[in-house]
Write a protein that binds this ligand. Structure first.
Ligand SMILES: NC(=O)c1ccc[n+]([C@@H]2O[C@H](COP(=O)([O-])OP(=O)(O)OC[C@H]3O[C@@H](n4cnc5c(N)ncnc54)[C@H](OP(=O)(O)O)[C@@H]3O)[C@@H](O)[C@H]2O)c1
Length: 270
């Protein structure tokens, strides 16, 4: 029987995951189907049991379920615990094992783009779920400085405390960034979804500095425009991260890492 996989979320119609995984399957000659399943938050525990009963081999999890799903897994990987969120489920006999491929996806995309972290001064804007998933891998890559700034000033403080066993995270408000200089600025806010960007002091980028937005499509435009006004040497959006984190999930399920270049090109062309 053909192995079945799916992404669950609410809403889910916009998800690019079925397209990405179908192409991964073709490129690695794997026999599988990949569905998109709309799961209402109220029915999440029931839906997870039902998808298990129906024989699904693995699931991707997107908003708003990433945090709640972690509580419903029989076990959770260390990186998913660190992130406090699960985006990949692997079938085991008695339920689902949770993992999180977001941090790995970002690091692979930064490597693909040639963006260095080691020895660099790195600023992360935002302190939500995505940031929880990327702080561990960013710290492991040994930046010279890792600053997290956010609209709600309490969240970076809490993250600095939570991640202190993995390295130093310096909490700041956006206003307090004035006078700082960074080699890389990562926008991990969701402000772009409403066409905005947090208000930032000018001259935050060092000469030759780069910008990366975890968002993609129209949501990445406000930060792209800001990066242009700041004379960023390079800018990239998060479409590459989306594809890389999907490839990491695929590799966890199928034991083979799919090539990502053609999928990324196909998504850009759409
Ligand atoms: N490329 C990928 O594969 C990938 C993976 C994961 C996430 N993402 C993207 O990353 C972004 C963040 O996702 P998330 O899951 O972390 O969301 P989240 O948990 O809802 O956090 C949202 C963050 O954005 C900040 N924010 C929202 N609106 C803002 C505004 N108008 N001004 C200033 N700050 C604002 C919030 O600040 P407060 O704390 O002050 O509210 C918070 O820090 C989303 O756009 C998502 O699509 C991409």
């Amino acid at each position: 029987m053909t192995d079945r996989y799916a992404v669950i979320g609410h809403p889910i119609a916009h998800s690019k995951s079925p397209l990405i995984h179908a192409q991964f399957a073709r490129e690695t000659a794997q026999d599988l189907v990949y569905d998109a399943v709309d799961v209402d938050p109220e029915t999440l525990p029931f839906a997870l049991r039902q998808l298990h009963d129906e024989g699904y081999r693995g699931l991707n999890v997107t908003q708003p379920h990433k945090t709640e799903v972690a509580k419903l897994c029989v076990s959770v990987s260390e990186r998913a615990q660190q992130a406090g969120a699960v985006n990949t489920l692997l079938r085991v006999d008695n339920g689902w094992q949770g993992d999180n491929s977001d941090g790995d996806g970002l690091m692979r995309d930064l490597a693909r783009l040639g963006y260095a972290i080691a020895g660099q001064r790195v600023l992360v804007l935002g302190a939500g779920g995505a940031v929880r998933g990327i702080l561990g891998p960013l710290l492991a890559a040994r930046p010279a400085l890792l600053v997290v700034s956010n609209r709600n000033p309490w969240k970076p403080e809490a993250l600095a405390e939570e991640f202190k066993e993995y390295g130093s995270v310096v909490p700041r408000t956006h206003l307090a960034l004035k006078g700082d200089r960074y080699d890389l600025i990562l926008n991990a806010t969701s402000a772009g979804l409403s066409g905005t960007l947090p208000r930032l002091p000018g001259q935050l980028l060092a000469d030759g500095g780069a910008c990366y937005d975890l968002s993609y499509g129209a949501a990445a435009e406000p930060f792209r425009r800001w990066a242009e006004t700041q004379k960023a040497a390079r800018f990239a959006d998060g479409l590459g991260m989306l594809v890389e984190q999907a490839a990491t999930s695929f590799a966890l399920w199928r034991g083979v890492r799919p090539p990502t270049a053609d999928v990324l090109q196909a998504l850009r062309a759409r």
